[in-house]
Design a protein around this ligand. Structure first.
Ligand code: A3P
Length: 321
């Protein structure tokens, strides 16, 4: 990147002509293959600006994921763990603010404007959200002591979730959306926002093996299965383990309840609020929150074919789905 000029409004169209492109789920905004990742065209400047400008601090916490993998949940959990000495669960800002407002995305939010906000002034720990591949993170994230928490999810649940999300967004303009079959054909080729899936997960997976103090790799399904265990893991990883006293007082259970799907979804802000930049309804981030919903939309043979591809791509990594 350093040798290339920054992406500007002026040179963006020219750049787009040189990049491989495919249809995105919403059918209108194309995806472009940039630095090995499929990025929606409108998001390329944000991706580039984030890479060039963000300077990590050792105390930062980065919540990383592919879209629709449980990011909202992990943002709420990370915020609650890291800020628990400031706000108890009954006075948490999460009760009146979207997790995406408390933990803002780099690429689609903070760096999507010409002038990024001044982040230096924020009190530590700063917590951010990010969808970029590990290899494309700003060097200062990889080189500093800041912590990266990654969440992934069964990729078929992820694509079904994305498909439903796109539909919720585009209620009046539903005709231009890709069909679920088209989405499926695309993911078999690795084509989806922030994909290929296997490259996105493998970058963080390998980093978590090489530097377990730097990158924590979580799975949505495991959080569903045992949230207490995973909250302990998260707190320890962040250098903020729960004390015996906190455990006795039920702090872990309280955080898990606060951040649970049913609790967050039913809060006024998440029922009727909208995202300031995109105007997307906050409610679109809460749908079913279940494991295995893909089976209601995709056939067993489609799943088998896809998982064979994934297995081949992940072979030898120790990671499986
Ligand atoms: P479904 O569409 O399968 O319901 P992201 O936060 O990365 O955009 O992912 C959204 C998915 O996570 C949606 O999945 C959403 O319902 C689910 N989700 C949101 N909040 C959750 C929570 N607190 N607990 C569990 N799942 C949650």
């Amino acid at each position: 990147t350093s040798k290339m000029p920054p992406i500007t409004e002026e040179n963006l169209q020219e750049l787009l002509l040189t990049l491989p492109s495919e249809k995105n789920i919403d059918g209108t905004n194309s995806l472009y293959l940039y630095q090995g990742a499929w990025i929606p065209g409108f998001n390329l400047r944000g991706v580039d600006s984030f890479q060039r400008r963000f300077i990590a601090q050792d105390t930062d916490i980065i919540v990383a994921s592919m879209p629709k993998s449980g990011t909202t949940w992990l943002k709420a959990l990370a915020f609650s763990v890291a800020e628990r000495h400031i706000y108890g669960p009954r006075e948490s800002p999460l009760l009146s603010t979207s997790p995406h407002e408390l933990v803002r995305f780099f690429e689609t939010d903070l760096y999507s404007k010409d002038q990024p906000p001044d982040l230096e002034q924020l009190p530590p720990p700063r917590i951010f959200g990010c969808h970029s591949h590990y290899a494309n993170l700003p060097e200062s994230i990889r080189d500093s002591k800041c912590k990266v928490v990654y969440i992934c999810r069964n990729p078929l649940d992820q694509i079904v979730s994305f498909f439903q999300f796109a539909h919720k967004f585009k209620l009046d303009d539903g005709t231009s959306l890709l069909s679920l079959d088209e989405c499926y054909e695309n993911i078999c080729r690795g084509v989806q926002s922030q994909g290929p899936f296997w490259d996105n997960v493998l970058g963080y997976w390998k980093a978590s093996l090489e530097r377990p103090d730097k990158v924590l790799f979580l799975k949505y399904e495991e959080l569903k299965e045992d949230i207490v265990l995973n909250l302990k893991k998260l707190a320890e990883f962040l250098g903020l383990p729960f004390t015996d006293k906190e455990e006795e007082e039920g702090v872990i259970e309280e955080i898990s309840r606060l951040c649970s799907f049913d609790n967050l979804r039913n809060l006024e802000v998440n029922k009727n609020g909208v995202r300031p930049l995109s105007g997307a309804p906050n409610s679109a981030f809460f749908r079913k929150g279940e494991v295995g919903d893909w089976a209601n939309y995709l056939s067993p043979s489609m799943a088998e074919k896809f998982f064979n591809i994934v297995e081949e791509k992940l072979a030898g990594s120790g990671l499986s789905f």
